[in-house]
Design a protein around this ligand. Structure first.
Ligand SMILES: *[C@@H]1O[C@H](CO)[C@@H](O)[C@H](O)[C@H]1NC(C)=O
Ligand SMILES: *[C@@H]1O[C@H](CO)[C@@H](O)[C@H](O)[C@H]1NC(C)=O
Length: 179
């Protein structure tokens, strides 16, 4: 039987494989596996699920654009990497957000570490397996910048600020998982 810890290990081995083989397809198919793992860790980290809403609105049209591109891909069956680029950029922005001062968090530190490691791994996989975007994702960047400014900095990196960030993060990682 595997313990929960050794699962995390296995995930990190999957990540490490990227550097020794050209197995982008294989790894791309495991997006869901890694995604399920960090979403589960995010839940296990604990802390209060805050009722509060972040004072920043996500530009929803970004998701709609990707979903539309998905439909086009199915019909025309041409190679479309928008989805993976969007995932790459979003996950990168999330890892940057979690670079802030985390002294006040009340989360389980080990689970938090595992969460960040696996998220980082997902980012490394995406980064090396998709060709870079031609257009910079400005609106996405702006949204994450606002989260940083209006939540983390304004609320002094408090436990409550991090709860809000955790909630937003979960929401977006779940959406990235679905499409
Ligand atoms: C993924 O995101 C990083 C950070 O923004 C960027 O440097 C890289 O080019 C992106 N990769 C792809 C494939 O979009
Ligand atoms: C954050 O810290 C500053 C300076 O220490 C203080 O003036 C401000 O009231 C604090 N804000 C919150 C939301 O605690």
């Amino acid at each position: 039987m595997y313990t929960k810890e050794s699962w995390t290990c296995i995930f990190l081995i999957i990540c490490g494989m990227q550097s020794v083989c050209h197995c982008c397809d294989w790894i791309r198919h495991h997006y869901g596996l890694l995604s399920a793992e960090y979403l589960s860790l995010l839940d296990q980290m604990g802390g209060d699920i805050t009722e509060q809403e972040a004072p920043v609105f996500f530009p929803e049209s970004l998701y709609r654009r990707i979903e539309l591109a998905e439909i086009k891909t199915r019909i025309l069956t041409f190679h479309y990497e928008d989805k993976d680029r969007f995932r790459n950029e979003t996950i990168y922005q999330i890892t940057k957000l979690f670079d802030g001062n985390m002294k006040a968090v009340t989360w389980d530190k080990k689970k938090l570490d595992d969460f960040l490691n696996i998220l980082e791994c997902q980012f490394e996989n995406l980064k090396s397996c998709v060709s870079p975007a031609k257009k910079p994702a400005r609106r996405l960047k702006r949204y994450f910048k606002k989260l940083n400014r209006k939540v983390l900095r304004k609320m002094n990196y408090s436990a409550q600020a991090w709860e809000l960030i955790g909630k937003e993060t979960k929401h977006h990682l779940q959406r990235l998982d679905i499409f």
